[in-house]
Ligand binder design. Structure first.
Ligand code: NAD
Ligand code: 5JK
Length: 369
């Protein structure tokens, strides 16, 4: 590990810094990166909590901007050393059009790369996704795989398609000369399903359970494993990568890393119950209450309703053919590449990640606790 002098000289830019993951990255950078002089938080929607961060020793600069606007990205990036590009349109529910998803996730990423070249920003960390690999449209399981496991990555949905294209752009940009003549060093992190404080689907499931008298109904077989990783550990991996890219450019440049920790392998629903059970919810049924073909039919019906209602209202239920296929396909990761390449060890144990997430659910508005 390099020995870093504690002189705050570096300027970091975090795109999407007000999102679920972005907020954890921003807060952790302020706690864990002693070399930070200025932290720029770039987001389409700025959050009010940013104000409280401005009182600390590091200069926190909030920048309202859009990654699809090249000039806004370049202006925000000018003079920064490192960019963590986590902004993205995360939509598998049909809220945004495929064109918009492509524009934000692919064109937005191209704009970030171009801005690095234009402004001489040398280090780019990109938040990719497990969905760049899978689950694929054929429903093939990916069981305890790593970055080198062969898998037929075939996508049809706009979100994984956009993440795969954007990741490719980032990796291909590694080595390009930036303004000043130095090479750009890029790296992509692929989180599995992130959980933790601020997670929208856990929030939705909690309120849904409360509406059903404290009950949720099993829809997915307990045997289907879905990879999950705690948001604090995903943030920590971003910070370590950003810190180590300079010293280990030859090893880490152009590489991909799955984000992992010690979270247990479980089905999507059973995993969420780790937090929802201690908050008074029960998952009804040892097996799915409805047969798979009926769930498929309901998911297809939801997709049809979404299409029919679109001129009038945006109907975006959790269940659609894509989310059903995702939740029903085993996709788990087992790797130590991040540890080998840059010394990553999870900052939060499973027990701590669980406790923090439970505490967050318990303090939610309308919570019975
Ligand atoms: N949530 C997960 O389980 C998960 C898993 C793997 C990868 N990811 C990736 O992690 C990143 C962050 O995801 P998240 O779950 O925190 O999502 P999020 O929606 O909470 O955060 C995304 C942030 O990006 C911002 N943003 C969106 N469009 C923008 C634009 N045009 N210009 C500037 N900012 C814009 C949003 O305002 C938001 O603050 C995404 O790139 C996503 O693909 C998420
Ligand atoms: C049968 C249904 C009722 C259950 C619905 C669960 C569904 C909403 C969940 C299951 C899997 C989830 C995705 C998975 O954790 C990984 C990712 C990758 C990431 O890049 C963005 C989020 C996403 C797509 C999760 C979204 C919610 C999903 C589909």
């Amino acid at each position: 590990m390099a020995d870093y002098a504690q002189v705050p000289t570096l300027v970091y830019l975090v795109t999407g810094g007000c999102g679920f993951l972005g907020e954890h990255i921003v807060r952790m950078l302020l706690e864990q990166e002693p070399r930070l002089r200025e932290l720029r938080v770039f987001d389409l929607h700025l959050s009010s909590w940013l104000e409280e961060l401005k009182a600390g020793p590091v200069q926190v600069t909030a920048i309202q901007g859009d990654v699809t606007q090249a000039h806004e990205v370049a202006a925000a990036m000018s003079g920064s050393h490192v960019v963590i590009h986590t902004a993205g349109l995360v939509d598998v529910f049909g809220k945004a059009s495929p064109k918009t998803i492509h524009k934000v996730n692919v064109q937005g990423t191209q704009n970030v790369i171009d801005a690095c070249v234009q402004t001489g920003t040398q280090y780019l960390v990109y938040t990719s996704s497990m969905e760049v690999v899978g689950p694929n449209i054929k429903g093939h399981p990916f069981y305890r795989g790593n970055e080198d496991t062969p898998y037929e990555a075939v996508h049809s949905h706009p979100y994984p398609c956009s993440k795969a294209l954007a990741e490719k752009l980032v990796l291909e940009a590694n080595g390009r000369k930036v303004n000043g003549g130095l090479p750009l060093v890029t790296c992509a992190l692929r989180p599995t399903g992130i959980y933790g404080e601020g997670h929208q689907v856990i929030r939705d499931m909690y309120y849904q359970g409360l509406r059903f008298g404290g009950r949720l109904f099993r829809a997915i077989p307990a045997s289907v494993e879905h990879g999950r990783v705690y948001v604090g550990n995903v943030a920590w991996m971003h910070i370590l990568v950003a810190r180590e890219l300079e010293q280990r450019a030859a090893l880490m440049g152009g590489q991909v890393y799955f984000c992992y920790d010690k979270s247990p392998y479980k089905s999507y629903e059973d995993f969420n119950m780790e937090f929802l059970s201690p908050c008074g919810l029960r998952l009804i049924g040892a097996h799915p209450l409805l047969p798979y073909w009926l769930l498929m039919l309901l998911a297809a019906l939801n997709a049809l309703l979404q299409w029919l209602l679109r001129p009038l209202v945006l109907y975006t239920p959790l269940l659609n053919p894509y989310t059903l296929a995702m939740a029903n396909t085993t996709f788990t990761v087992s790797t130590n590449k991040a540890q080998r390449h840059f010394g990553y060890k999870p900052l939060f144990s499973w027990e701590e990640s669980r406790t923090r997430t439970i505490h967050w659910v318990q303090t939610m508005e309308g919570s019975a606790w």
